[in-house]
Design a protein around this ligand. Structure first.
Ligand SMILES: [Zn+2]
Length: 420
């Protein structure tokens, strides 16, 4: 038989490890641990897509490639998907980090004009070009650390004009950068200063003006709400998410991060794609999430940086059949681009195994942003979003930490990072 021509073969990999079979539904329970592992592996790519995953011996007899990468001694895994970032902002908040070190709480910093509202001031003042510049710099670092798809939220504009500005930035950067972006409207991130004591009026603005204009401009796929004591109530969050659904925006929810607030229950009730944080969720709420395949997007780097010593109970979630994903929560108070470091924290603090953490940061994360049909695992027909790690097997994920294990990043078949 003549050899089939392909664009790229990655061959001789010490190991290839990927979640698989979960393109329809996120992986739960023991499925999260059940990676497909191939020793002496090869992966073939044509037109940006994966055409074959298997042993090197069978790949070299079946394919003839324009380009070959020798991955001897290395591990091949899917590109990371980061399903929760507040990508678009200006300025920084290093001063409040020092306040936190001295014991100030999240809400204390918020009340003193720090926190989200400081970033809102600075983001409103920034031009679209400045924000685009910031995002590209962030995405360069994320890509270098192996992240190939990123969910990006608005939420530091909090006016019709500034929210649209941030969402347009996401749209433009998506076109201009190798990393794929998935836009989420988070107009209900905080109550802006000019609406202090008039939260109801701000909710009206979000529901009656922002959501319709975001939807008609096709600026977002998801609608998210920061549902928390001091932010938006359950009732307000429900109203905002339902308004989003009416306009074609699928719900996501910042839920139960700081207090038990009924967020998990609301996420299930509104059929949210995902609920995020979930540090204080009830078992009843988690069971409702499991029933409706609402993905728990866990953000252990946020707990780490807030120094609350409280982490989501991921083992309980996996036990209850809730699909678990991992994200960075990249934002000015958790300025951290690396899903590898998230995996390292998740292994230690959430007691995920490296295999579970890999599933959570690739395929399940892809589900959380509605991209599982095209990325998140190394399977035939999917985008060739592939990492070659300088590690002999996938168990090095999380185990060796604080350095970048990435050797090469391939995005849709193209070599976009080469650190060798
Ligand atoms: Zn967040």
């Amino acid at each position: 038989m003549p050899k089939q021509h392909v664009d790229l073969i990655i061959e001789n990999a010490s190991e290839l490890a990927t979640p698989e079979g979960g393109s329809q539904k996120p992986l739960v329970g023991k499925q999260m641990q059940a990676l497909r592992i191939i020793k002496n592996a090869a992966l073939a790519v044509k037109d940006g897509k994966i055409v074959s995953v298997g042993k090197t011996a069978s790949a070299t007899s079946a394919f003839k490639a324009t380009e070959t990468i020798d991955a001897r001694g290395k591990t091949v895994i899917p590109g990371f998907v980061d399903p929760h970032t507040h990508l678009v902002f200006a300025g920084s908040r290093e001063r409040e980090f020092e306040m936190r070190l001295k014991g100030a709480s999240y809400m204390e910093i918020h009340r003193e004009g720090g926190g989200i509202l400081k970033t809102v001031r600075e983001t409103r003042q920034a031009t679209e070009d400045e924000l685009i510049h910031n995002c590209k710099r962030t995405l360069d670092i994320m890509l270098e650390h192996g992240t190939t798809t990123v969910e990006a939220k608005s939420g530091y504009g909090l006016t019709i004009k500034d929210e649209a500005k941030c969402l347009r930035v996401i749209q433009q950067v998506h076109k201009a950068h190798a990393v794929d972006l998935v836009p989420t409207f988070l107009g209900a991130h905080a109550i802006p200063l000019e609406y202090e004591g008039k939260t109801g009026d701000y909710v009206n603005l979000v529901v009656e003006e922002m959501i319709p204009s975001v939807a008609s401009g096709r600026l977002a796929e998801f609608c998210d709400v920061f549902c928390e004591d001091g932010a938006f109530t359950l009732e307000q969050a429900r109203r905002i998410l339902n308004a989003g659904v009416k306009h074609g925006l699928r719900p996501k929810l910042h839920a139960d991060e700081l207090t038990p607030f009924g967020g998990a229950e609301l996420a299930a009730e509104t059929k949210a794609v995902s609920a995020e944080h979930l540090l204080y969720s009830s078992d009843a709420g988690l069971k409702m999430m499991a029933k409706r395949d609402v993905i728990a997007v866990l953000l252990p780097a946020a707990s780490f940086t807030l120094m609350t010593q409280r982490y989501a109970d991921a083992r309980n979630m996996i036990e209850l059949g809730v699909p678990v994903a991992l994200g960075t929560d990249f934002n000015p108070s958790c300025w951290m681009e690396s899903q590898q470091l998230v995996v390292a924290i998740a292994c230690r603090q959430l007691r995920l195994t490296p295999a579970e953490a890999l599933t959570a940061s690739t395929l399940n994360a892809a589900h959380a942003v509605n991209r599982a049909a095209e990325t998140g695992s190394l399977e035939k027909g999917k985008k060739a979003d592939v990492l070659i790690l300088d590690a002999p097997n996938h168990s090095f994920l999380g185990y060796r930490f604080g350095t970048n294990l990435v050797s090469k990043v391939i995005k849709e078949g193209k070599l976009v990072v080469d650190l060798e």
